[in-house]
Design a protein around this ligand. Structure first.
Ligand code: ARG
Length: 274
C-alpha cells in the first residue's frame, strides 16, 4: 500500500513540475466532447388552411400535402432551414402572424392592396382568377347572372369579395362557408345556385368529386390574381429570405417540376416571369 501510494505521489509530483505536454491532447479531446452541439436549424412555423386541394389538403394519413407545401418545402431545403406546417382555419389565419403563432402563411393567399396594409407578401408565386361552379343544367353563362342567385363562397376570400361587390353588402343571397369544399357540398345539395372560388380549386373539385354534376363558367370581368406567401408586417428579413428562395427554385427548375406535378404542364411564360 505504502509503496504504491509513494509511487503515485512521486508520479504526480513529477507531472505537475513538467510543462505537462501529455495533458494537452487530453484536454483538447475533452473540449471537443464538451463543445455545444451546433445550433439546431431554425424551424419556421407555417400556417395553411389545408382544405384547398390541390394547393393544400390532408391526405389519408393526415399529412398536409399540395402545391403550396411543395413550394415552401423546396425553398426551405434550398435555403438550409426547416419548416413545419400547421393546419390553420382560414378564419383568423392572418391573426396568427400578428400574434407570432405562425412565421408565415402559405394558403393560396391572393395578394391584395387591402391585405398589404396589414401584412407583407413574398414575390408572387402563382397566377389565379375566380371561376364559377354551377350544376351542369344551370343557365348561368356569365358572372352578372349571379346578381340575384344564391351563391356560396368561402368567408373572407377574394371570391367572397367579388360576389359581395356584385350583390351588395346587405345581400341575403350570399352564403359564406368556413371552407371552399363546404360551399361546393352545398352546391351539390342544391342549397346554393353557384360557388365562386379560385380556378385551381374549382377545377380540381369538379374533376374529382361530382360525377359530372358540375360545370365551370369563366368571365373576363374577374381580375387576375396572384398568390404570395404572407408574413407579419415588417418582417422584412423573412420576406426577403422566401422571395430569394422562390427565385432560386424558379432558376434551378424545381418550381417548374412542382408545377407540372400538380397541373400537368409548365406554367405559362407570364406565370414564370416574376
Ligand atoms: N385566393 C383566395 C384568397 O386569397 C382564397 C384562398 C383560400 N385559401 C385556402 N387555403 N382556403 O382569398
Amino acid at each position: 500500500g505504502l509503496v504504491l501510494a509513494g509511487f503515485i505521489l512521486a508520479a504526480c509530483g513529477k507531472k505537475a513540475d513538467a510543462p505537462a505536454p501529455a495533458a494537452e491532447p487530453a484536454s483538447a479531446a475533452a473540449s471537443v466532447a464538451a463543445a455545444p452541439p451546433p445550433p439546431p436549424a431554425k424551424v419556421y412555423v407555417v400556417g395553411t388552411d389545408a382544405a384547398y386541394a390541390p394547393f393544400e389538403s390532408q391526405n389519408d394519413k393526415g399529412e398536409i400535402v399540395g402545391f403550396d407545401i411543395d413550394v415552401v418545402s423546396a425553398i426551405a431545403q434550398k435555403g438550409g432551414f426547416e419548416v413545419k406546417f400547421i393546419n390553420t382555419p382560414w378564419e383568423g389565419i392572418f391573426n396568427t402572424l400578428t400574434q407570432g403563432d405562425r412565421d408565415l402563411v402559405v394558403s393560396a393567399v391572393t395578394i391584395t392592396e387591402e391585405r398589404k396594409q396589414t401584412m407583407d407578401f413574398s414575390t408572387p408565386y402563382f397566377d389565379a382568377y375566380q371561376l364559377i361552379a354551377v350544376k351542369t343544367n344551370s343557365k348561368v353563362t356569365k358572372f352578372s347572372d349571379l346578381k340575384k342567385l344564391k351563391v356560396g363562397v368561402q368567408n373572407g376570400t377574394t371570391g367572397d369579395e367579388v360576389v359581395t361587390k356584385l350583390q351588395g353588402k346587405s345581400s341575403a343571397n350570399i352564403k359564406r362557408f368556413e371552407s371552399t369544399p363546404l360551399a361546393l357540398k352545398e352546391l351539390e345539395a342544391g342549397g346554393v345556385d353557384a360557388v365562386v372560388a379560385d380556378n385551381g380549386v374549382i377545377v380540381n373539385y369538379v374533376a374529382n368529386n361530382s360525377n359530372n354534376q358540375f360545370k365551370t363558367v369563366t368571365d373576363k370581368e374577374f381580375a387576375p390574381e396572384q398568390y404570395g406567401i404572407a408574413f407579419k408586417k415588417g418582417n422584412t428579413e423573412l420576406v426577403e429570405k422566401f422571395s430569394k428562395g422562390l427565385a432560386d427554385i424558379k432558376a434551378d427548375g424545381t418550381y417548374d417540376s412542382i408545377y407540372k406535378k400538380y397541373f400537368g404542364e409548365a406554367p405559362a411564360a407570364a406565370a414564370a416571369a416574376p
